[in-house]
Every structure is written in C-alpha cells, then in structure tokens.
Design a protein around this ligand. Structure first.
Ligand SMILES: [Zn+2]
Ligand SMILES: [Zn+2]
Length: 709
C-alpha cells in the first residue's frame, strides 16, 4: 500500500498551528503543493485554508485524519510571497492562517463558487479590453519636462540596480516639488523589462482616483490594477488575480495591496511614507511600509519612500546612510512656499470686541486677522480652505443649569451633535466611537431645563457661520459625512477644481494629495487640540498634517504669482512644531524631535510593543495585565534592557461598553523584545481559547511597533 499523503493546512483562526489532512490525489485530481488554497472540513463545518507543508507523516493517527475537500482554481502562492506571510506572522505575533487568509479577496474564499471562476475570468478579460480603450486619461499628461533637481534625482535612481540588489531610497521634497513625476519616470525604466511588475502604495483611497489617471497617462500600454477597500469585491477579486498571476504590471493600492503575491515584482514605491494609514489597526496590526521594506530586501529589489515630511524612522535611516537620500528642494512649477502666519488667540488685539463695527454679523468665532484675510482672499477671487478636525455640528451638547453633558453611555467620550443634513434627516446626537445615534433631547435629562447649548464647533457649525458671515460666497463642506451622502468625495473635489466654490470648510481629508489650482488661503482652526496628547507622536503627526495642509496654498498659480497664505490660530505660538513650520524647516523639526526621543529612549531609539486587554470592567482589564507582568517576572523574562511599564487604561478607555487597558513593553534590542513577545504569546495562549482568556473571558492582543500609545 502506498503511504498516504498528509498536508498541513492553516485556517483563518487565532491558532498558532496548522492541522493535518489527507490528500487524495485521485478525487482532487491534482498533486498537493505548498501555497495551495483549499477547502477543508473544520470543526463541525468547513473552512478555506492554505497548505503549508506536504509530507507522508503525521503526529496524529492517520486513520483519524479528515481529507481535503476541494482545491481552489488558483495556482499556489509563490515561495517569496509565502516568505513574506511567514515573516509578517512571526514578527507581528499573529497566526499564519489569520495572516494569509484575510489578504485573499472574498471571491476566492467561496468554495461553492470556485467552479464558476474560470468562466468569470475569461468574461472579464473580454470586457476589460473594450473598457480600457475608453478609460479617460484626459487632462493628465506624462510630464516630459523635468526641472534640474528632478532630473538629477531621476538620474541617481536610474543608477540603482533593479535586479539582485536591495536598495532603499528616501525621496524628500516639499509638496509641489514633483516627487511623483520623478518616481513615475523611474518606474518607466523598470517596466521596460517585459515581465516586470511594480507596486505603488498610497495611504488612502482618497488619493487613488487622481493618481490612477496620472499613472495610466504614463503607462498607456501597461496593464494596471487598483487595489483598495473601496473597490467592489468582485472587481478586487479579479484585479488581485491579475496581479497574482503576473498579468498586471502596475499595482496601485493602499496598505491592503502590500501583501498581494506578485511573482515578478521589480520595484516598490511607498508614497507619503510617513502616513499613519499604512498601519493596520485591526486584525494583524502590520505596517504596510515596514513590510514593503522587508519585502524589497528579501527580493533584492529597490524601494523608494517618498514624503514631504518623512517619518523620523525613515529620515534617520537616510541621515545615517542606510537609505540613499534624495532631495527635491524647489517647487516644480515655480510656485513659492506659502507664507505661514501664526495668530496668537490669547492676544486681545486678535479678538473682536462685542461692539466692534467690523465684526461680522454672525457669531463667527474666527480671530480678527483671519476674518480680514478671508475677506481679502474672496475679493481677489481666490479660494479659501478652512480646516477643523471635527465633523458634525458641535462636539458636545450641554445644560447650563446643571452642567449635564451629552456623554455616550457606552464609551468614555461625548456624543457629537449633528444637525439635520441635506437628506432631511433629523438632528441627532452621534457617538463617533461606537456609532450610537440618539435623537436630540428636548430638555435636559437631569434637570428638565429646555435651554440646551451646543458647545464648541464642528464642520457643520463652521459651515453655517461662514455662510452667515459671507452671504455672497459659495461655501462647500467636505468631510466624511458630506462625502457619504449624495456626492462622493471625488465629486466634491471636482467642484473645488472647477472653481464652483469660494470657501471650503472641512476636515483634514481635503488636504490629502489633491492639487488645487486656485487656493489663496488655508486656515487651521484647531491645531492646539492636537498639540497636547499622551501620545509622544502627536507633535510629529501634527507637523506633517500642517505641512501637507500648507502645501495646498498657492500651488502652480496660473498668473505666475507666488505662494498663498496659511493662517494657524493657536494659543501656543511658541511651540516648536509651529516655530519650525513658520520657517518651513522640516529637517530642523525632525532633528528636534530626534533629540527628544533619544533622551527619553523612545522609538526609533527603542522598540515598543503593546499588550491590549478588553473586559467588562476596567479592574479586570488592568488586573489581567498586572497578572501577566507578575508572571513575566516570576518566569525570569524581564531581563536587563527590557522595560515593562505598569498597565494603564487606554486614552479612550471605554468603547461600546468595553473597558480597555494596555501594557507597554520596550527594549533597545529588537531581538530581545521579539523573544519576550513570543514567550508572552505562549504564556497567554496556554490559558486562552484563541485570544480570550479562559478564566475571565478577557480579550487580549499583542501589537508590535504601535503608532499610537
Ligand atoms: Zn440640566
Ligand atoms: Zn459611544
């Protein structure tokens, strides 16, 4: 009797190991291969999993093993992609199955539909051919003319080997300096090789439509696919397949594209590499940028990281010579840098007095200099962007008589007041953390007072105020609420581009990656609210956002005029983040925070990890982590160089009725931290079912390199 074939299969479950199954070649019709997607019986049902080992041996009784039920109509994952998955699983302390399976689009995880897939693929191929011809690339031309700085950066990139040699390059240049044109020209060289694939990562969906058209204009003859969460499941399933088989040569996508198997990958670009949306915040909490660097290193190919405000990690690597460092220090189309103005709101001169004849009719809460500047900007027929990072009408509703506040009863946050929208909905209170929505109370629930006040302002209130202050101006609000309604974000952006709007009120989302032609003024109203935070990265993030926002002012002015103006209202104009911004000194700012971090031995001068716990009560969540810390001590795992802090409640302690706590573990030695985390994982798993402790039903998770503490 021939010895049976045994395969080990991992499934999408929080398990540290795979399971053995028998492979019956006769029924399945194919040989078993590592990397093959299959359907297997699992528990009392079935699951889709991946073969990670083929052998003739099992530690279990062969007779008791179940058999693989079905094989997906998909070639096996290539060895390099499996190496990437294995690395991600180990580094981020996450099961291999729950690392791999979620990266595969739904279409490939429905075994009852597997039979129909080959037909779908050929049908799509036919349709695609026709569509591609009509796809509009209008208005986007490949820049033929590069300036001198761009040319010299491009020349250095062209000298990099694209085969059998890893290199990482930081391309740093202010917004409008033409970084995109440089990397697209470079990729053009790489794509001269017939089979080559390139991966371009961008931070948010928001950025893709514009960049997509631009990339298509550069590579009209190359097959390109776009992968992000906004693409429909069936479309994404096909696009992923084309990338997977090497058919698509250009893969443009958000962080979820970073783990796509690409058999002929020759170069990677990570645009806006500092952006926090590269960090996955649920499931396996990976950094798409860090994995991309690992992948380039593993494949021995070049990777380019591009940013106006690099992350401290990347900037230091470039400074130290570990990354090649390229700079673009002039704005491409001759536009100058915006003039930054700090408005000190503590200065009485900056405020309107109640009887001021110049005070606008409304209760406009802007400072005097800002009102004047917007009025002048309107007069010179330029657009203004007014930013506040809070959507809704007002962040909290309050009662003056008894100090009642609209707290969410499920979270440690307030419910935001939203006024009736364009769709005729009623005004509501909404919690931005758990999604709870309630009608606005007609009177105070505590004391019965009917005079409830909306405290503070969000985008909706700002929109109202601006409309009253400048009745002749055309005002548009852009935030996730407005873009979810009748118009998509793209349509809203289009209105700005076409000059149909005078004043745009919105959140940070306006500022990302859009080249507006006629913005004369940008105002930031709530910078201070993001200045103070328990998170040591708050200033770095605020600085990057302000630079990005400022970059929207006066880009490529039509009439050859120089830059626009940026106004920042703050009570703390002496804070370093504002002072460096005033001088456009990105490197100065990064050097400043580098020395702060060095002193405190914070990342990148050390490596960090978080253990999260969630429970019905805060005591239990904290107690669980204290217990863990105690056991680590008892097991002798807390050696010199390792810092294990005391467990603390999270800054958003309560979300949707769940209390949350965290434990920070830090080391200057990456290996030491890795070993301890693996030990913690083993320790916790021994007393858990999946990631829920057996004794107290506490949910736990290990996170590597957290970006918010
Ligand atoms: Zn009251
Ligand atoms: Zn809530």
């Amino acid at each position: 009797m021939p010895s049976p074939i045994v395969v080990q299969v991992v499934v999408d479950k929080p398990l540290s190991q795979g399971f053995d199954y028998l492979w019956d070649e006769k029924t399945l019709g194919v040989e078993p291969k590592v990397g093959q997607l299959v359907k297997v019986p699992f528990a009392r049902s079935s699951a889709v999993g991946m073969v990670i080992k083929v052998s003739t041996h099992s530690d279990y009784e062969i007779d008791k093993l179940k058999s693989v039920a079905q094989v997906a109509p998909l070639p096996p994952f290539d060895p390099a992609s499996l190496r990437l998955m294995n690395f991600a699983s180990q580094y981020y302390i996450h099961g291999l199955g729950e690392t791999i399976i979620p990266t595969i689009p739904q279409m490939w995880k429905k075994p009852f539909d597997w039979e129909k897939i080959p037909k779908k693929i050929s049908a799509a191929k036919e349709k695609k051919k026709e569509q591609e011809k009509d796809e509009a690339t209008e208005g986007y031309i490949a820049e033929a003319q590069l300036n001198q700085a761009q040319e010299s950066a491009l020349e250095k990139l062209r000298q990099l080997k694209s085969e059998n040699s890893f290199s990482a390059t930081l391309l740093q240049g202010q917004t409008g300096s033409g970084k995109t044109a440089v990397f697209l020209n470079w990729l053009r060289n790489i794509l001269e090789s017939e089979s080559a694939q390139v991966l371009i990562l961008v931070p948010e969906i928001n950025l893709t439509p514009q960049l997509e058209r631009r990339v298509r204009a550069y590579f009209p003859d190359k097959k390109m696919v776009v992968l992000h969460s906004g693409v429909s499941e069936s479309k994404r399933g096909l696009a992923w397949y084309q990338a997977f088989t090497g058919d698509a040569k250009i893969i443009l996508g958000t962080r979820l594209a970073a783990l796509t198997p690409l058999p002929n990958l020759r170069a990677i670009v990570v645009d806006e590499e500092h952006d926090s949306s590269y960090k996955q915040q649920d499931g396996i909490r990976y950094s798409a940028r860090d994995l991309a660097v690992w992948r380039a290193h593993d494949l021995k190919i070049p990777i380019l990281l591009s940013s106006a405000t690099p992350s401290l990690e990347t900037w230091m690597a470039a400074k130290a010579g570990r990354y090649q460092y390229l700079r673009l220090d002039q704005r491409a189309q001759g536009a100058g840098l915006p003039r930054v103005h700090l408005i000190n709101t503590r200065d009485p001169q900056a405020q309107f007095s109640p009887g001021d004849p110049d005070k606008p009719e409304s209760k406009l809460s802007f400072s005097k200099p800002l009102v004047k500047a917007i009025a002048e900007n309107l007069q010179s027929k330029k657009q203004s962007l007014v930013l506040i990072n809070r959507r809704g009408y007002s962040p909290v509703l309050s009662c003056n008589a008894c100090a009642w506040l609209s707290k969410c009863n499920q979270c440690s946050s307030y419910m935001v007041m939203h006024k009736a929208g364009a769709l005729g909905r009623k005004s509501v209170l909404s919690c931005h953390h758990c999604g709870l929505v309630k009608p606005i109370p007609s009177h105070c629930p505590d004391c019965g007072n009917v005079d409830l006040k909306a405290l503070g302002q969000g985008t909706q209130k700002l929109e109202d105020e601006v409309e009253i202050a400048w009745p002749g101006a055309r005002v548009l609000r852009v935030d996730t609420d407005s873009s979810r309604k009748s118009k998509g974000a793209e349509e809203l952006f289009q209105e700005i581009h076409e000059g149909k709007v005078d004043i745009v009120v919105g959140t940070q989302m306006i500022a990302k990656g859009h080249d507006y032609q006629n913005i004369g003024l940008v105002a930031v109203l709530d910078a201070d609210s993001r200045l103070f935070s328990q998170d040591f990265r708050a200033a770095e993030r605020l600085f990057a956002q302000l630079v990005q926002v400022a970059g929207r002012a006066g880009r490529a002015s039509k009439d050859g005029e120089l830059a626009g103006d940026v106004y920042i209202e703050t009570q703390f104009s002496e804070a370093p983040v504002f002072q460096y911004l005033l001088r456009h000194d990105v490197d100065g700012f990064l050097a400043h925070i580098a020395s702060e971090r060095d002193e405190a031995k914070l990342p990148p001068y050390s490596y960090q990890s978080l253990i999260h716990s969630e429970a019905k009560s805060l005591d239990k969540a904290i107690g669980f982590l204290s217990g863990l810390k105690g056991r680590l001590k008892a097991l002798g795992l807390i050696g010199p160089g390792l810092r294990v802090y005391d467990p603390v409640p999270k800054s958003m302690m309560r979300v949707a009725g769940v209390e949350r706590a965290q434990l920070v573990i830090e080391s200057e030695d990456r290996r030491q931290l890795q070993d301890v985390l693996e030990a913690i994982d083993r320790e916790l798993r021994a007393n858990s079912q999946g990631r829920i402790s057996k004794q107290d039903r506490i949910r736990w998770l290990i996170e590597r390199d957290p970006i918010s503490i």
